[in-house]
Write a protein that binds this ligand. Structure first.
Ligand SMILES: [Zn+2]
Ligand SMILES: [Zn+2]
Length: 346
């Protein structure tokens, strides 16, 4: 075991504080990563505040991790000391079920092991990336191409793959009209990735305040959803709608924007159910779907795609002592578009 510095939640209501945690010894198939940067995802906040269920404290969160390999176990062949690597939302899975065998460990039938606040296969509770070091099974460590700006790479490990996977699955590309609902951490990556895939991208945001950014990120149009006329103007327009909003939306209104055979896929997760009128689906053989992160193979594909197309998240780099303030700003949507913690300040 080794003791490392970290920022942890000690209860559902207190601010995160600097502390130390234990990391396991580097096993035969493990990689020790010296963390350089960790992104702040809205899921981190839900988790530490107990909004997604009770957790054990102290808890270190963070599942958008980039850093450098500091040590490898004897069986590790695909990562070497000094490599730039990343870790996303999961650090293990059963590896035996049909979904794991298909390379979609995110849909492991026994449940993938989350990077934090999850029970790993050895019975320990996982601790995330707001820390100086982490030990992760080599099979769940990604290669982060050097051409992606180092400090901006971290959010690709959650926001990047969460949006890439549905865009890839539903074949965003030339001739496909894609709408992205919500222009936050996830939404702005959906816009950049869909545009790089060659799709025609429209942003649907509450107001027009982010219109300039939408166009700069590759969208060809931006519409305000507060404006009722938007839903008439854009009726029957899109092949694919990626909904990144984590609040309840008027699903029927958005389904009405889909063309025949179109799909609305949700990657944002409101805690409440999303009611849907089945007639909204009948009207044009539409589908309502969900998508959760992505498998390791697809996450690597996403990182390589972003490197090839020169895509990176827009970030605001902060010191570790600003994490609590950053949480408040995330909750009031006051971030363009992702906070990243400089792990050297932990
Ligand atoms: Zn996340
Ligand atoms: Zn499995």
């Amino acid at each position: 075991m080794r003791t490392v510095d970290a920022y942890a939640a000690t209860s559902a209501t207190d601010p995160l504080v600097k502390t130390t945690i234990e990391r396991r010894d580097v096993g035969a198939n493990d990689v020790l990563i010296e963390i350089a940067y960790a992104g702040i995802c809205h899921s981190d906040i839900h988790t530490v505040r107990g909004e997604w269920g009770d957790i054990a404290y102290p808890q270190v969160v963070g599942h958008e991790i980039v850093g450098v390999v500091a040590e490898v176990g004897s069986d590790v062949a695909n990562h070497a000391v000094g490599d730039r690597v990343g870790v996303g939302c999961m650090v293990n899975s059963c590896r035996e079920c049909e979904n794991c065998l298909a390379g979609e460990e995110n849909y492991c039938l026994k449940g993938n092991v989350g990077t934090y606040a999850a029970v790993d296969r050895d019975g320990t509770v996982t601790q995330g990336g707001y820390s100086t070091h982490v030990v992760v099974d080599a099979d769940f460590v990604l290669r982060v191409p050097e051409s992606i700006p180092y400090e901006a790479a971290a959010p690709l490990l959650c926001a990047g793959i969460t949006t890439y996977s549905p865009l890839h699955h539903w074949k965003a590309g030339p001739g496909v009209k894609v709408a992205v609902v919500g222009m936050g951490g996830l939404g702005h990556m959906a816009v950049k990735i869909a545009a790089a895939m060659g799709a025609e991208v429209t942003v649907l945001s509450q107001t027009t305040s982010k219109q300039d950014d939408s166009l700069r990120f590759g969208a060809s149009a931006h519409h305000a959803t507060k404006d009722e006329a938007t839903f008439e103007t854009l009726a029957n327009s899109f092949d694919l709608i990626v909904n990144t909003v984590s609040a309840v939306i008027d699903l029927d209104a958005y389904l009405g924007l889909l063309r025949r055979n179109g799909t609305l896929v949700s990657v944002g997760a409101p805690p409440q159910p999303l009611p849907v009128q089945v007639f909204s689906l009948f009207a044009a053989r539409r589908s309502f779907a969900g998508s959760g992160i992505g498998g390791i193979r697809e996450t690597q594909e996403m990182l390589d795609f972003c490197a090839e197309h020169g895509i990176a998240p827009e970030i605001e780099l902060i010191d570790a002592d600003q994490i609590n303030e950053a949480y408040e700003r995330v909750l009031s949507s006051d971030v363009r578009y992702r906070f990243v913690i400089d792990a050297a300040t932990i």
